[in-house]
Design a protein around this ligand. Sequence first.
Ligand code: NAP
Ligand code: G4F
Length: 347
Amino acid sequence: MTTQRALITGIFGQDAAYLARHLIDQGYEIIGTHRRTSTNNSWRLRELDVERHIRFEELELLEQSNIIHTLKETRPTEIYNLAAQSFVGSSFNQPIFTGEANALGVTRILEAIRVVDPEIRFYQASTSEMFGLVQETPQKETTAFYPRSPYGISKLYAHWMTKNYREAYGLHATSGILFNHESPLRGTEFVTRKITTHFAAIKFGLIDHVELGNLNACRDWGHARDYVEGMHAMVRHDEADDFVLASGQTHTIEDFANLAASVAGFKIEWEGEAEDRKAYNRETGKCIIKVNPRFYRPTEVDLLMGDAGKAKDVLGWAPRTNFENLVEEMMAADLDRQSRTDRFVSN
Ligand code: NAP
Ligand code: G4F
């Protein structure tokens, strides 16, 4: 078999690091693309020891000519489009940039594939945020969409564009509708890693407490390491299609905090409701979690729980890491990182 060459956009992000590791282990050549930045941002790639295997190229989703030239010069056989403004919270403050990058950025890549080489297989990082105000539970490929943020709406446009280029031009263009997936490499603005970094800093005496938003939202959390295997299986499948990847379980933010606290060695007790809800460390009597409405979203996604039955039947994919193991791995990693520095671990 000829060597496969995968181009991964958003190479400095969480999923790209795990995907690069997985594809390198499968014998792939990797072209990792990133937008121009003034500082090196490759800490995740170093953690998984993949940086030295990657050919790096600058690629900006807002720049059509840049995308076309990059494909002409690098000649990938597969493209995984993981680059995005991926933080739902910021999308309310940056709805136009979010649309440019996440929605039109995908059309720019699809057009470039059509012009340069329609044989390139394409993976689009779609999301459970497209289900938003959920119309049924669990959510699957046939569930009606109702996005609740500029992020969810931008991703829904990209999802339909991917499907349209598949149907209109016969591209092997696949959408993975992935539910939340986390890891020790998750960005610290997302709630899971925000909790684990802050608990580690509390443990080592650097801060007193963490402020969170809506504690009642329910998410279907899995491990990014497992989900990138599903991405690859989708691209290698004969037929391009849409697939949900999910754990099938849902937990509240409070559940995540409770489990992370117990891994960190805190015994916590909750008091109060809504904005007055607080968690206290039973041993010290100090408050370690407060609610701050600043972190509420103008429109919230209250409940996500996916059904990955199609991915299991068609691709043979199932997650390997359960919720408890995920939280343990994340909390242990941040305790370890924090034990090695006096400054608050911020990435
Ligand atoms: P991530 O860690 O935030 O990585 C996204 C990457 O996209 C970052 O490296 C970012 O660059 C890059 N990027 C942002 N704007 C760009 C632009 N205009 N041009 C080029 N690159 C740009 O996200 P992730 O968690 O790995 O997620 C990967 C993809 O899956 C995203 O598309 C996300 O929306 C989607 N998704 C994620 C989840 C999840 O739970 N993780 C679930 C469903 C879907 P910088 O490093 O410079 O910021
Ligand atoms: O961790 P989050 O910011 O992730 P969210 O919004 O679910 O989005 C993530 O998963 C999507 C898949 O469904 C991806 F497409 C997307 O790119 C991203 O990876 O927030 C999770 C929940 C929300 O309900 C939020 O309101 O946690 C709640 N939350 C409560 N306190 C908080 C906080 N979220 C953040 N980020 N920070 C808080 O302090």
